[in-house]
Design a protein around this ligand. Sequence first.
Ligand code: NDP
Ligand code: MG
Length: 380
Amino acid sequence: MQNVAILGSTGSIGRQALDVVRAHPDMFRLYGVSAHSSEAAFLDILLSERPQRAVFSRPLSTAVFGVEVSNGEQALLDLASDPKVDVVVMAISGIAALKPLLSALRAGKRVAIANKESLVCGGNLVKEVLQRGGGELLPVDSEQSALFQCLQNGRRDEVEKLILTASGGPFFRRPRAELKDITPAEAVKHPTWSMGRKISLDSATLMNKGLEIMEAARLFDFPGERIDVLIHPQSVVHSMVAYRDGTVMANLSCADMRLPIQYAMTWPERVPSPARPLKLWEHPDLAFYRPDMDRFPALKMAYACLKAGGGCPVVYNGANERAAALFFEGKLGFLEIEESVAYALDRFENRPMGDLDDILGADGEARRLVDEFYMTRSKV
Ligand code: NDP
Ligand code: MG
């Protein structure tokens, strides 16, 4: 029996992780949950699931009988490293996941990680902790889970390339000129996945795939030149690994995040899952296209950031997080998201990221640069 802590339990991944825990009462017990701002949804989870521990960012307005509730950042780090926890599901969005991720790994936990921003920004710190024998990192992001599974079919030196698939988002076929006036409501309508609003927007801008290029590089230690992206609008093939003899291993399933969440929690075991089995005959139209790098600057910038290293990936992510927030507030247009990321990257003086303070410093600088972009642009 494994004790599970779901960090970010009120989100899209968090709720699906709760489903996985409920589906396997013989394997998992929900020990702890956390949330940030959705108090009503969090209280519902506490009342229905009755975990032992709960962490909310601020004090809750009511007590819940039988649940030990605490609040604030330190409480979150303590839950991530609680000696009673075996598996941490990292479902917090944004760079906010980095500190609890490090806390969980340092305490030797298995972390089923959905959050990509923390890996993009803190990849080196995470690698250091893992090399010192801290914890285990199992990918949840569907593309990374697919790569992880396909990589189990051969030795590392037999691998030629990692091939990430991308749905292309809701506007894949629209001419760029039409993208200028996209609204937040249109941008978060993903064609194949139902996800939180920030990652849905990232999928529409292709910033999500840019982050995933860097995430794959961090998780599997491959350089950008050996990570390809293929547009695959149906989201049935979740990613592939090309081996040196010409064989390509692919991972296919219905688009249901409970599958990769569960696999990260049960690996190396495979157990029945709540996901619908794949009926390939329902998808006679599987298609793959090479992305046009000029049409998708988010991809081009991601490769450049990976190559430059240092603080560039942190700035790519931080600028994108800030620009996404401004877009949702109606202050930036859809195409201005990538423009503001480019603006921040152009002005950032790259330097090595030695520790957490360096990373958080570069993240803050990226956010300020995006605010500067917004101010200069609104004066025009
Ligand atoms: P959501 O926005 O749906 O949920 C985010 C969760 O994180 C919520 O529980 C939220 O709490 C909590 N949270 C937000 N900000 C903070 C903070 N500053 N401190 C602590 N907790 C915080 O996101 P998703 O579930 O869609 O995504 C989560 C992560 O997983 C992201 O990194 C995303 O890229 C990745 N991912 C998601 C996929 C998906 O299908 N959704 C697929 C692959 C990867 P509250 O609601 O209470 O504010
Ligand atoms: Mg993904």
